[in-house]
Design a binder for this molecule. Sequence first.
Ligand SMILES: Cc1cc2nc3c(=O)[nH]c(=O)nc-3n(C[C@H](O)[C@H](O)[C@H](O)COP(=O)(O)OP(=O)(O)OC[C@H]3O[C@@H](n4cnc5c(N)ncnc54)[C@H](O)[C@@H]3O)c2cc1C
Length: 543
Amino acid sequence: MNEQIESLDVLIVGAGISGLGMCYNLKKKRSHTSFAVIEGRENIGGTWDLFKYPGIRSDSDMYTFAYSFKPWTEKEYIGSAERINNYLNELVRDENLDHYIRFQQKVTAANWDSSQNHWLVTVTRHDGSDYKIAAKFLSCCSGYYNYEQGYLPKFEGYDDYQGTMAHPQHWPEDLDYSGKRVIVIGSGATAVTVVPAMAKKAAHVTMVQRSPSYIFSRPASDVLFRILSRILPAGITNRIMRAKYATLQQLSFVLSKRFPDFMRSLVRSMNKKDLAGAADVDVHFKPNYKPWDQRMALVPDADLFNSVRSGKTTIVTDHIERFTETGILMKSGEKIDADIIVPATGLDVQLWGKMNLTVDGNPVVGNTLTNYKGMMFSQVPNFVWVFGYTNASWTLKAELTYGYVCRLLEHMEQNGYQSVHPHQEPNAKRVRMLDLQSGYVERALDRIPSQGSEFPWCNKDLYLKDVFAIKHSKLVDDVLRFDDNDSLADFHKPSPERSTHTSELKSELTSKKVDPHSVQNGTSSQTKTNKKVKPKPKQSSIA
Ligand SMILES: Cc1cc2nc3c(=O)[nH]c(=O)nc-3n(C[C@H](O)[C@H](O)[C@H](O)COP(=O)(O)OP(=O)(O)OC[C@H]3O[C@@H](n4cnc5c(N)ncnc54)[C@H](O)[C@@H]3O)c2cc1C
């Protein structure tokens, strides 16, 4: 008996902040478009529902991280995960978006069929059974990391440690750390969040970092917002706040790139003032890379620095020699004992929610693709990946992408087109897509797509520029090809030339100057993640 296949205009993968925004935009702007959202977990929210570690919060301002169509109305401009989840749940409830979402189902495969002009998508239910959807357009809002495992470097003597290991991505919510000695390994956004939060109850927290990061403090609430929200309607206040923060984010990035020494000394003087001699800035807060070569970490109201000043937190900057039964032995010979170790060692980057993507039966290989306008990929038809900024709020870019997708669908409908793809000529110049040198990016370099050297293939991650390049520019250009599927299968067919090109690119990418300390040695020992945490960490709802 033939299986009945459901047909949809658009299939959205993921109900995190990106997928919900796409869902809202399609509902509002394209009411006649049929669509559904497939979500692997049992809740909406993605990142903000998954992570449960103490203090979990945004490090972007919420005025630009929240959607433009739903103003953030709280005076705290940093949002806790709980508040972000409430905000997203409110959107779903008020706009009846739950009607579109299918929970506990995962998109496991999608094949573009050029003869039918659709993606034949395999959706796997919680019980392991499959069904198919024929979707004209695929909007991938799956985030960028592996939900099932965080990254855990190989630590010498890891098995010897007899205390509790708690990975931030699999936080045991009933873990009682009151009065306990804690080590947090890492210096990124997660570490600087979890350290002061745990120090409130723990006996003591030691933050162990291999090399320092740029960390700066800002007041937790915004004076301008407090004034404006008393005298102006919420919508106008929101516009002003978004303009303020979008400009500040961009200014900080551009100044860092143009005048790194100036930004270095600015952050250094802020750190000196906040620490008031409690820790040596030159040892613990002087990174050996330029500002914004890795993401800069924000701490609200100097909470990390205050914790160091109070004596509840100590920072140790050194390499780990090995784990011991009772804690960690540093290369310097220093021994640090702990009841709990928190490896805030990062994420495992994953493309497209682990979907097995094929075009006319040929595998779509991430590192052979070139990103178009930070949204689509060379020779991948009717496909968009919602991927936000790494140097500004994720959602600013996500919103530009929603607008673009709606315009593109409208254009195709008006002209009767069935397919569209950005077409790249063979041997066009390709460079790395993400200019960050953070560990999780470096570890994934040989898997992720590239970008081109010129517009529209290059993506500078500059919001104000993108507003013109994506929102106000002409949709049709020399690159987009409509109803032209002939070359797709050939492009994706595995071939020796393609792998040569890929390995050349890989050596070009990896020969770029990289802070050696930003990349952890060894490979992730996935089976060891959280092995000592009880109860067992909550994992993605579909195995
Ligand atoms: C701890 C942490 C803090 C962060 N803080 C900030 C910040 O302050 N500012 C900022 O701009 N960015 C921040 N980021 C980046 C952050 O991930 C994004 O801002 C944003 O939350 C991403 O939203 P998303 O919906 O694209 O992806 P996610 O939040 O990752 O959601 C993806 C959803 O897709 C689902 N999914 C994935 N694959 C499939 C599949 N195959 N089938 C079905 N469903 C699938 C997942 O279950 C999940 O619900 C942070 C990231 C982390 C990890």
